[in-house]
Design a protein around this ligand. Structure first.
Ligand code: FEO
Length: 384
């Protein structure tokens, strides 16, 4: 696949993977992108996952057409991209590896060697001329690991963006970009909003016509749309006006309350209401929703003096990703000593800029007149 006259795509699609990074379902598979820049000197941009060694080398050899690569640029050491680095260095013994100091430390840990005699260690603003193409290396620590850098090709105005602007899904499947890019971003990079903001500020100073990420499609048009979403996500802004209700339910009473609240919100004209059963939905999708919408309602039962395990897991996913700038409403259920609301609220004690609704719904086993009135009051508050 051609990106520009000189930049070729040599990535692979993975439809065999069950869980990406050991935890994310990927119904449409995953793409591990890699590129080669053909110039007087040839640079390969990252490798691919260990299960695609032969396919990747075959694609690379086709583009090389008998030539030998001069550089392998390692932007990120996570094995979905670096797994074939040692194979590459063995196959092309005259090639130089280009990476950050932190990446070379990781190479030693992953491969037992850091290529001291065949390496170019780069830092912020360093450049590499391939002939016509000049590459500038831009440090992007914690987007998504500490050794990450991105690379700007000022000749073709291409940003090789590492994990940034990536998404779940193989490239031979058509699907909406934002849905799986959001789930990917929030799940994988969501904690590091400040670092993504820093990278976006640096990128704003570059004339970028094409974004070449390590996952997902090459972005060639309407780049303002993608950059705008990244700005919203990384600043923990509200992307979509609406309410997401996340619940767990044991015998159906908490579910009944969650669904009744959703109905009342819809009747009152709430622009979007999303409801997630945390025991049955994709947890990453529920987490994505919490970061997408401006208001979140958590409904769960008191359980072993704590809260139901799926809700505890869900809130942990939010707080470890720096969940902030949102309104939260609580619904608790407890047949004899309800304490779920107190536990849930306590789990957010170190989170920034959260507003809890005045109304908390308390159910003692099943809905009654008092709890029904509280649901009405909560719906009113959330629609104000
Ligand atoms: Fe696609 Fe952070 O690796």
């Amino acid at each position: 696949m051609t990106v520009t006259n000189d930049i070729k795509y040599i990535g692979v699609n993975d439809h065999e993977i069950d869980l990406f990074e050991g935890q994310y379902i990927v119904p449409n598979g995953m793409a591990y992108n890699s590129y080669v820049i053909m110039d007087e000197k040839i640079a390969v941009m990252d490798t691919v996952d260990q299960n695609f060694t032969d396919e990747w080398f075959a694609k690379l050899e086709t583009e090389l057409a008998g030539r030998t690569p001069d550089y392998i640029v390692v932007q990120h050491m996570e094995p979905d991209h670096s797994a074939n680095l040692a194979n590459f260095m063995e196959k092309y013994p005259t090639a130089t590896v280009v990476a950050t100091a932190a990446a070379f430390n990781m190479m030693k840990n992953f491969f037992g060697k850091d290529y001291a005699d065949r390496r170019m260690m780069v830092k912020e603003g360093d450049t590499l001329s391939l002939g016509k193409h000049e590459l500038t290396f831009v440090m992007a620590p914690m987007v998504h690991w500490p050794e990450v850098m991105v690379t700007y090709d000022s000749t073709d105005k291409v940003l090789f963006s590492a994990d940034g602007f990536g998404k779940f899904g193989a490239l031979d499947v058509e699907e909406d970009w934002a849905c799986e890019a959001r789930r990917y971003y929030i799940g994988i990079v969501g904690k590091f909003g400040a670092q993504v903001q820093a990278l976006l500020k640096k990128a704003a100073g570059l004339d970028i016509q094409i974004i070449c990420p390590l996952h997902g499609p090459v972005l060639t048009e309407n780049l303002g749309y993608y950059i705008g979403l990244y700005d919203t996500w990384s600043s923990y802004g509200v992307e979509t006006d609406g309410v997401v209700i996340a619940y767990t339910s044991v015998y159906g009473h908490t579910k009944e309350a969650a669904e009744l609240l959703a109905k009342k919100l819809t009747e009152k004209g709430c622009p979007k209401v999303a409801v997630n059963d945390l025991a049955r939905c994709d947890m990453a999708e529920a987490v994505e929703d919490a970061f997408r919408y401006g208001k979140l309602v958590l409904a769960t039962t008191t359980y072993n003096g704590d809260i139901f395990p799926f809700m505890r897991e869900f809130i942990n996913h939010l707080t470890e990703r720096n969940f902030q700038n949102r309104t939260i409403g609580l619904i608790e259920n407890g047949a004899w000593a309800p304490m779920a609301a107190k536990v849930m609220k306590g789990m957010f004690e170190n989170s920034k800029n959260l507003t809890f609704t005045d109304t908390t719904v308390q159910i003692k086993a099943a809905l009654n007149d008092a709890s029904l009135a509280q649901i009405d009051a909560l719906a009113d508050e959330l629609c104000k």
